[in-house]
Design a protein around this ligand. Structure first.
Ligand code: TA6
Length: 300
């Protein structure tokens, strides 16, 4: 439903004593809040500015068509870091609730004509016909976000999308990620970002972390744990997104980031499901759908 702010939409779920809600900003179709029984799960910077040219700092910015900044001569080299989806104004498509009221969902869209209208320079850099449909689905204890991408382009388009989710932390020193599969990963904090072998241990946050884990889902559930004072953890289900990025800027980079407060590095961790290593090839014959489901699970 609409909120007092015409650029924000709200989903409200209320069933069997569970109340949850999600708020989505039309800028980037960024989910900016997910509350379960009064508990905010996402981090949103108090300095986030939805009117600036930059993405909203916090929530779940949508990275599309490419992760990071790509080197020339790739055609996406002139696109800004993490693409244009997160800095574009999306349109509301439709709102649905299931007959049994087990969930409520809302969809937003962005297409090539919107991009042309809003960012003509970027539309020249990525001059392909496309339609994006992003669906946010809320149920009692889970939030799903899925993106469907279609093109009528004759050319195959490589894309490396990602959901750049920011989660609020109670105590960063107690926060850890578990269940990421052993295998190759890149540590972007090391010079040259060499590919290394990940041992499969917990990922703790006691310094800057900026890691890309390739093909991260195995037999264990990938989970975000908040420490013994928090009675829940988050479990991630991937829908066709094999890679996981873990990011916390720590002190110096946090201070250097304009839209974060100096001590915000203590207040969030990003766990980001994406497809980075082996780009999807989007073609006119095969639309792509991918995303994540995040579930809140009680910890005994
Ligand atoms: O996803 C991790 C990352 O790529 C980091 O390297 C860090 O730069 C972060 O995203 C934030 O990027 P942004 O463009 O939103 O400032």
């Amino acid at each position: 439903q609409k909120t007092e702010n015409p650029d924000t939409w709200c989903l409200n779920f209320d069933s069997n004593g569970v109340q949850s809600s999600a708020k989505i900003d039309l800028k980037g179709a960024t989910v900016i809040s997910w509350v379960v029984n009064g508990q905010e799960i996402l981090f949103l910077s108090s300095k986030a500015d939805r009117t600036s040219k930059k993405a909203i700092r916090g929530g779940i910015p949508l990275v599309f068509p490419q992760f990071g900044k790509v080197e020339s001569p790739n055609p996406v080299a002139t696109l800004p870091q993490h693409g244009f989806a997160r800095i574009s104004q999306w349109k509301l498509d439709e709102e649905n609730s299931s007959e049994a009221s087990e969930f409520i969902s809302v969809s937003f869209s962005l297409d090539s004509s919107d991009l042309k209208e809003q960012h003509s320079d970027l539309a020249e850099s990525w001059a392909y016909p496309f339609t994006l449909t992003y669906t946010v689905c809320l149920s009692a204890f889970s939030l799903s976000t899925t993106l469907k991408v279609c093109t009528t382009s004759e050319k195959e388009l490589p894309i490396t999308p990602l959901l750049h989710s920011y989660f609020a932390t109670e105590d960063i020193t107690q926060t850890f990620i578990s269940g990421v599969k052993k295998g190759p990963f890149v540590d972007k904090t090391k010079s040259g970002a060499p590919t290394q072998e990940f041992s499969g241990e917990k990922i703790i946050i006691s310094q800057e972390v900026d890691e890309i884990h390739f093909d991260a889902f195995g037999s264990d559930k990938v989970s975000l744990n908040f420490g013994s004072s928090v009675p829940y953890k988050l479990e991630f289900n991937s829908i066709e997104l094999p890679d996981v990025v873990v990011w916390n800027p720590w002190i110096e980079k946090c201070i250097a980031t304009q839209d974060l407060k100096d001590d915000d590095y203590l207040k969030f961790i990003c766990v980001e499901l994406g497809n980075i290593k082996k780009p999807f090839l989007l073609s006119s014959n095969s639309p792509l759908t991918f995303g994540q489901r995040i579930s809140l699970v009680k910890v005994e």
